[in-house]
Design a protein around this ligand. Structure first.
Ligand code: ZN
Length: 131
């Protein structure tokens, strides 16, 4: 299944947990795994708490580790090397178990799409494998 996401700023975190839960429910699969992946080189999928100040801190961490305004080789192509490098650090997918028809997440865990070079139209693929 494909999820379409319209992002609105250059960098942001978007909670897609409810959409993933709906896809798992619709699949009718009771036990297995759910793979959430993004096919873009400047976005990522992470699992963490969706709390406003933490979202600010995560983006701040990325700016500290991979500053936006630095001289990168790739910037001579399309000026978004920082977005690619941040995507490398975060990764393009997460795998979550499904038990009794529900994805297994901790109380504070949410599935977050990370936009690193928006605003853009983005896709997220949700692949469910039955056990
Ligand atoms: Zn690029």
């Amino acid at each position: 299944m494909n999820l379409e996401i319209q992002t609105t700023t250059r960098t942001e975190l978007i909670d897609i947990t409810d959409s993933v839960r709906a896809i798992v429910k619709e699949s009718g699969i009771k036990n297995g795994i759910c793979v959430i992946s993004t096919p873009h080189t400047t976005s990522a999928i992470i699992v963490n708490e969706n709390e406003r100040r933490l979202r600010v801190d995560i983006l701040g961490m990325l700016e500290t580790l991979v500053p936006e305004n630095k001289s990168y080789a790739h910037n001579s192509i399309d000026n978004n090397a920082d977005a690619h490098l941040r995507a490398v650090l975060l990764g393009m997918s997460e795998i979550i178990p499904i038990e009794d028809g529900h994805i297994i997440l901790g109380t504070w865990q949410r599935i977050l799409f990370v936009e690193l070079d928006g605003p853009r139209n983005r896709n997220v693929n949700v692949t469910i494998i039955e056990k």
